[in-house]
Design a protein around this ligand. Structure first.
Ligand code: GSH
Length: 230
């Protein structure tokens, strides 16, 4: 059955959605091919069929699924014989926790480092929409959001403590191999890498070494993606 994956894109097919990256990694983990439909901020009418207006969206045969967590659950339930995204029910609960941690604790900090740089990778016609939407969300201009990003970077280092601690004893958040917990956190780094040259991690941070391992997964698919070397 054909799968179509609607993912956010800027110019030159730059795919910078952290949630899109979760799905991309999940599809690769499940060894599933998908037709990819790239959606810019100005193309969201193309998502109307899904009953909402955010990417990622997956269409798998007759099934339409929006939201990266829902998509992961769909892939796990529909393709149980392929490599597991969660490594069991306990792993699924842990991945839910990790995804919520990334959403609430990491994404706001990454945004405060890179959100202004997104203007450089989306077409001019989308600038006004993007600026207005994000300035409303943060209550200040894009420039003010990122003004203190050296300090934000220090806060991010602190916020990554749970990841760093887990990586002391395990190669991946999923243990010996990656699972959806890893993809949930990694999406934030792929978002940053796709849009910004700003350095988020110190080279001697164990999270940096983990990100290198993540970039090498699936024949280095993430590393091959257009972005800034980090
Ligand atoms: N909870 C959703 C979040 C999806 C989401 O926020 N998508 C963003 C891209 S990162 C989006 O579509 N934004 C469109 C817009 O801001 O207009 C998920 O996990 O998939």
């Amino acid at each position: 059955m054909a799968i179509t994956f609607y993912d956010l894109s800027g110019m030159n097919a730059r795919r910078f959605s952290p949630f899109g990256w979760r799905v991309r990694m999940a599809l690769a983990h499940k060894e599933l091919d998908a037709n990819v439909e790239l959606i810019g901020f100005s193309d969201k009418a193309k998502l109307e069929f899904s009953g909402q207006n955010l990417v990622p969206v997956l269409v798998d045969g007759a099934t339409v699924v929006a939201d990266s967590w829902e998509i992961a659950g769909h892939l796990q339930a529909t393709y149980p014989d392929r490599p597991s995204l969660f490594h069991g029910a306990a792993g699924e609960a842990s991945a839910r926790f990790v995804a919520a941690y990334a959403d609430s604790q990491l994404h706001p900090l990454v945004a405060r480092c890179v959100v202004r740089d997104i203007l450089e990778v989306i077409p001019e016609k989308e600038h006004a929409y993007f600026r207005a939407a994000r300035e409303k969300r943060f209550g200040m201009t894009l420039e003010a959001i990122v003004a203190n990003r050296e300090e934000t970077r220090r806060q991010l280092k602190t916020a990554l403590y749970p990841v760093r601690t887990t990586l002391r004893d395990h190669a991946f958040l999923g243990g010996a191999g990656p699972n959806f917990s890893d993809y949930a956190v990694f999406g934030a780094f792929m978002w940053a890498r796709s849009v910004s040259a700003f350095t988020l991690l110190d080279a001697d941070d164990p999270v940096h070494a983990w990100r290198e391992r993540m970039l090498d997964l699936f024949d280095a698919m993430p590393r091959a993606e257009a972005g800034f070397p980090v």
